[in-house]
Design a protein around this ligand. Sequence first.
Ligand code: ZN
Length: 290
Amino acid sequence: MSDQLVRVVTEDGQLRAAAADTTELVREICRRQQTDLTAKIALGRLLTGAALMGCLLKGRQRLALLVEGNGPLGRLMVETDAEGSLRGKVQNPVAGLPPRDNRFDVAGAVGHAGFLHVIKDLGLKEPYRSMVQLQSSEIGEDLAWYLTHSEQVPSCVAVGVELDRQGEVAAAGGFLVQALPPGDQGELGRLEDHLARLRPTTSLLREGFSPREILGQVLDEHPFSVHQDTRLRFSCPCNRSQIGDVILGLGRDELEAMVKEQNGAEVICDYCREVYQFDAAELETFISQL
Ligand code: ZN
């Protein structure tokens, strides 16, 4: 089954919710980033969070999440758009941490101190930027804290990645539930106990539940209607002319050195790991433009 995001609103208008299956894209992005097991879970959770938070984007709007903790992974960055395209990268893809209490030490890999940055390009003059301190560094709680306290929309977030015995991503996904105005947090508060008892989203996905069926479980007794059903996929918008602009930005001295010492240049996209080669003649053309 391909990756999918479903967004719904309850019929009483009190809650908005979304659920996502991100298994394929997390698998693909982690393969490209060559992550170890703990990094796979951390990056997969952040990607799933971005997919869920991206459910309200429209047109050409974009959302980026950056987690900057003091752990061995360094910076984790993910991006998404209204079309359901996602990409992500991690500064140091090998956390190299032993498990704690038989669990992957995601919080240790991210680092217990640091920040979550949220950058939204809503097509306005300047992108909207916001930043909160990491709470638990487990990603899901950090995103919920941001939505509840910074955007002031009471929210529950669950994001998960389950690995198989070979360390491959067996399932990745999650859900987001938000209380809508003018109602208060009451309804969400009542739902929280129920959510705490729910089986992990990844277990449900492995058993063949669709995101829509998962929302049925998440929202318990609340009837809802589907507002959006989006296919999610890995996609990197990098291209040769964009990378060319980056090279041009290095300046004359640097470009001349590249021609002399390497007879060309090789640039690898941080996100998709695509390799772009530029030969000496192309670099000479760049130099002539400066
Ligand atoms: Zn790329």
